[in-house]
Design a protein around this ligand. Structure first.
Ligand SMILES: Cc1cc2nc3c(=O)[nH]c(=O)nc-3n(C[C@H](O)[C@H](O)[C@H](O)COP(=O)(O)OP(=O)(O)OC[C@H]3O[C@@H](n4cnc5c(N)ncnc54)[C@H](O)[C@@H]3O)c2cc1C
Length: 382
């Protein structure tokens, strides 16, 4: 479709900032930018009819890391990088709660648990160590001048929660859960109210950086000019910027029918975060198991696979629901695309003159996105 002169001078007029990707990171960046400078002319380009990456297709944990995950992250990227990443997630979680009312995004702070199969003899020492280094770094709540523990040993609750074959349990009282699509919609509404334009069904095909800005070619007839261009396409980042250390990782999920007397509330992690589940009212939402088929889950496909779905169903019956439970019907199955790489720190960097990226949320982008956005803006201003 050829564009009209009116469209050329409005929808497709030169912009101050064009963001590609209408997930959490793109939306939070637009949100922070327009609040810092209401005069900015900002457009978000999104190839889906709705955001079509991970932000509306995840499990809705507003989490910042379980005990075994953080201990493993220290091995992978060192204590300082782990602390920096966890602080970004924790601060992001505070930002979400400051900007949006709990009711708007179905936020519930029922806490998060990590389940362990074996005896986990070092649980107490891991908890003590993480509380000692994390509480002052995150500045978590205090009582009588002392930081309240973030993680506690909750193994005594295993029977009450009805799990099978689980021998230890760690609890994080600061973790919450939310409705991720409600958060995306609330962000969309907030930025559009301030004049940010969102163009759906618009795929960025390529871009060319030049002295005064960036020229963006899309599937539309129009070519867009912008002073600055920010890529927030997470798992798809390599399609636009091939050199980045980020690959797609499919995450698969299902939701059951309502389960009578579901025994737990909150977010639950297992096997360094490879399995995760939560209650959704009295239904069970369960996802993960990517480690059962790493090779085939490194994909952009949004299908679900029989292999992973079977592993998840077995996990539900053998670990989560009490022994002898009737198998609940699975009402919905879906998947989303995460962006992962050699370490879990997000990539926030300039890739060419006037071209920046904020990608690689490493499967935990709900809480971190507001801070990734602030850091990306700071970099662009610099
Ligand atoms: C199944 C699953 C469960 C998860 N559970 C959790 C959880 O409980 N808690 C948590 O913190 N995190 C979770 N995550 C991860 C979290 O959802 C992501 O880290 C986060 O949504 C990433 O946000 P983003 O904005 O960086 O990317 P995305 O939400 O993926 O947004 C990128 C957008 O870019 C668009 N796009 C890509 N290429 C182009 C192009 N060329 N032109 C135009 N548009 C383009 C895509 O359509 C997409 O909408 C989960 C992820 C999955 C898949």
């Amino acid at each position: 479709m050829a564009i009209s002169v009116w469209e050329q001078s409005t929808y497709f007029a030169p912009k101050d900032l064009v963001i590609v990707g209408c997930g959490f990171v793109g939306l939070w960046t637009a949100y922070e930018a327009i609040h810092q400078n209401p005069k900015l002319n900002i457009t978000i380009l999104e190839r889906g009819t709705i955001p079509s990456g991970a932000s509306t297709r995840n499990a809705g944990f507003s989490c910042f890391g379980s005990v075994s995950e953080l201990m493993s992250d220290i091995q992978l990227m060192g204590e300082a990088a782990m602390l920096e990443t966890v602080k970004m997630r924790y601060d992001g979680l505070q930002r979400i709660q400051k900007v949006f009312k709990a009711k708007e995004i179905d936020y519930n702070q029922w806490g998060g648990y990590e389940l362990f199969e074996g005896k986990k003899t070092n649980l107490e020492s891991d908890i003590a160590y993480l509380n000692k280094i994390l509480a002052p770094a995150l500045k978590t709540p205090k009582k009588n001048g002392t930081y309240l523990p973030i993680y506690t040993n909750a193994s005594k609750d295993i029977n009450k929660l009805g799990f099978q074959g689980i021998e230890a349990l760690a609890f994080n009282q600061l973790e919450g859960q939310l409705n991720s699509a409600k958060l995306v919609l609330a962000l969309q509404k907030a930025v559009q109210a301030k004049g940010v334009q969102i163009l759906f069904n618009t795929e960025v095909k390529k871009f060319k950086s030049h002295k005064k800005g960036v020229t963006i070619t899309t599937n539309l007839e129009a070519v867009l000019e912008t002073k600055q261009f920010l890529v927030c396409t997470n798992g798809f980042a390599k399609q636009l910027i091939p050199g980045l250390d980020v690959v797609p990782a499919r995450g698969q999920v299902f939701v059951t029918e309502p389960i009578k007397n579901l025994k737990f509330k909150g977010c639950f992690h297992f096997d360094e975060g490879y399995y995760y589940f939560r209650n959704l009212g009295n239904r069970l939402l369960l996802g993960g198991a990517r480690n059962a088929d790493f090779k085939n889950e490194k994909t952009y496909s949004l299908e679900t696979s029989a292999t992973i779905q079977k592993v998840l169903e077995d996990f539900m019956m053998q670990r989560i629901l009490p022994k002898g439970s009737k198998k609940p019907k699975i009402e919905l199955r879906w998947s989303g695309t995460m962006g992962i790489g050699s370490i879990k720190k997000p990539i926030i960097e300039q890739v060419q003159p006037n071209v920046y990226c904020a990608v690689r949320m490493s499967g935990m982008g709900v809480a971190i996105a507001p801070i990734v956005a602030k850091k990306a803006l700071k970099l662009m201003k610099g």
